[in-house]
Structure formats: C-alpha cells, structure tokens
Ligand binder design. Structure first.
Ligand code: UDP
Ligand code: MG
Length: 315
C-alpha cells in the first residue's frame, strides 16, 4: 500500500545511535494513524550502519534502505531520500542522531492539515557549544540580509514537506544542494514550528567546522549575488578614490609644483588594485565554477542498492 507519510533519515556512521533511533521511530509509529514508511539513507558509512540498516529493513516492511555508492554528503543523502519517497501526503525530514525530535510529527502534521505545504522546525535553543551557536546565529542573519530569497532564521532541514513541494524539489536539477534554501525559494504556505533542539543521542557530529563552512558557502553563493554586487560597488568606490587622488595631485603640481617624489603612494595603489582585482577574479570564478558544475549535469547521487518491502533492489 502506498504510504501517506515518508520519514527521511540520512545516516553517516551512526551505528552508536541507530538502535535508539529505531526504538524512537517504532514507538512513534505505534501512535501514528497514517500509514508510514521510513526511508533510511546510508551515505557511504564506514561503520556498522549499513549492516544494521539491512537487518531492520529485511525484517520490517516499514523500513526502506537506500545505500549510496560513497559519502555524498548530508544534502545529497536527503535528495536521494526525497527522490524515493512514495508518500502521498507529505514527507518528514529528520536527522539520524535524534537531535530533531520525531514526535514533532504530530504538530507538523496538524499544520499540514491546516493547509501548509512546508512546515519547518525553528530552533529555540541549541544544546551545542557556544562557538557553534554563535556561528549559526551570525550565518543565518548574514544570509537573510544578502539572500535573493527569504531565509527563515534558525531553521535547518528538519521539516515536513507536502507531496507537491517534494515533487518540485525533485524536479530541480541544481547541483549545489542547499535544501533549506530551495525549500524556501519554492514558496507556497510555509510555517515555522519552534522546538528545542536536543543534544546528539550518541556519537560524534559528522559536520566538522570545515563542512559547516562549506554549507555556509553554498548558502551564500547559491542564493545570493550580493558578493558580485558588492564588488562592483567597491570597485566603483576605489575608482572614484583613485581619480580624486589623481586630480588633487595634478592640481597641486600645476599650482604649487610641490608634489613629493616617492613611490609610497604608488605602491599603495598597486597593492590596493591588485588586491581588488584578485578578489574580483575569485568571486567571478565562484559563479563560473558553479555554472561549470551545473552544465555537466551529473546525477546528484548514485544508489548502490536499495531494500524496499524486504526486497533487495539493484537499479
Ligand atoms: N550526515 C550524512 N552525511 C554526511 C554527514 C552527515 O548523511 O556526510 C547525516 C548524519 O548522519 C546525521 C545528519 O546528517 O543524521 C546530521 O549530521 P550531524 O548530526 O553531524 O550534523 P549537526 O547536527 O551537527 O548539524
Ligand atoms: Mg546532529
């Protein structure tokens, strides 16, 4: 039977929390009236995660597995889950480390019934380190200022998305996935539901600082042309400055003839413009490289194997 709801849970080396996760989901499923499928995506884990997933999916038809051929990253694992979700009503995206309480399903679903297409969790409090909290706080505020589309503050991927919006996301071929950005770009009726973000149920965060910075980078360059605009603006300012400087020097030379010989100013200018030019080239490169990646039109992820209704599928 086609399920009404799909849960999408990406997993990367989550063997330590896996059993807890399944217990929580099973307990929740007991209380859910709607038919439910749970799609677990293995994002190329190197620990026992794939083995545990297999055990669960072969014994319980509610669970489906997608094994990616390597580690593609959280956003791609989610894209794979969205692609295979069969839910007729809505999908719910949550992290595998139980930081997003699955029980929020009821509240999300209520909003879905009220006619919202995208219901996303808004973090009231984060139980993470001060540095990480501060970085998130600043990042979302920066992105909101410069983004071309509205960004919802402090909302991550934890959300419920209606069938029609899922279809739209699936039809979007963009390579640099920043799902919370795509989700908000699509529009329709969206609503934030505040919640307390729990600490990890076990194991280590898979998002290192470098990965978080990459995600922030994707968010900025894919959803904003502000860097390019800012460049044009600062380039123009420098030009005005340089012309002004030139005019003043010329006037001084003609009127008083006391222009000091020396190349400090010259050097300063050369360095200034050299810097500006390099930054400009870099930023243009950013957008060009994105075009490059996109025109290659590679698949977003590669599925090695799937298990659905106890059947192992290679496709
Ligand atoms: N994850 C993934 N692929 C990756 C990194 C993470 O599928 O390359 C999964 C991970 O297993 C977890 C979710 O994405 O279920 C969120 O990751 P994490 O908890 O490390 O991120 P944080 O909560 O620190 O933002
Ligand atoms: Mg986490």
């Amino acid at each position: 039977m086609t399920p009404q709801i799909s849960f999408i849970i990406p997993l990367y080396n989550e063997a330590l929390v896996f059993q807890k996760l399944i217990q929580r989901i099973d307990a929740l499923a007991e209380r859910v009236e709607q038919t439910l499928e749970v799609i677990l995506i293995d994002d190329g884990s190197g620990d026992e995660t794939p083995y545990l997933m297999r055990q669960v999916a072969l014994n319980n038809p509610r669970y489906h597995c997608i094994f990616l051929s390597r580690n593609f990253g959280h956003q791609y694992a989610l894209s794979a889950g969205l692609r295979y979700a069969r839910a007729t009503e809505a999908v719910m995206i949550l992290d595998g480390d139980l930081q997003d309480p699955p029980e929020l399903f009821f509240e999300f679903y209520q909003c879905y019934l009220e006619g919202f297409d995208v219901i996303y969790g808004v973090r009231k409090k984060r139980k993470e380190g001060a540095f990480k909290r501060m970085s998130y706080f600043l990042f979302y505020r920066l992105l909101q200022r410069i983004s071309n589309t509205p960004v919802f503050l402090d909302s991550g991927d934890f959300s419920m998305i209606s069938r029609r919006v899922t279809n739209i996301i699936n039809s979007m071929p963009e390579d640099n996935r920043f799902l919370r950005g795509l989700r908000s770009w699509i529009g329709f009726n969206q609503k934030g539901v505040p919640y307390d973000r729990d600490a990890r149920a076990g194991g280590e965060p898979k998002y290192t600082l470098a990965r978080l910075m990459k995600l922030a980078y994707e968010g900025i360059f894919n959803f904003s042309v502000f860097p390019i605009k800012f460049l044009t603006f600062s380039g123009a300012c420098c030009l005005i400055l340089a012309v002004g400087y030139f005019v003043i020097t010329l006037v001084r030379k003609l009127v008083w003839g006391d222009v000091p010989v020396g190349f400090t100013a010259l050097l300063f200018m050369v360095i200034l413009f050299g810097g500006i030019q390099l930054v400009s080239i870099g930023i243009i490169g950013e957008y060009v490289s994105r075009t490059f990646l996109q025109v290659k039109n590679r698949p977003l992820f590669i599925v090695k194997e799937r298990i659905t209704e106890g059947q192992i599928i290679h496709d």
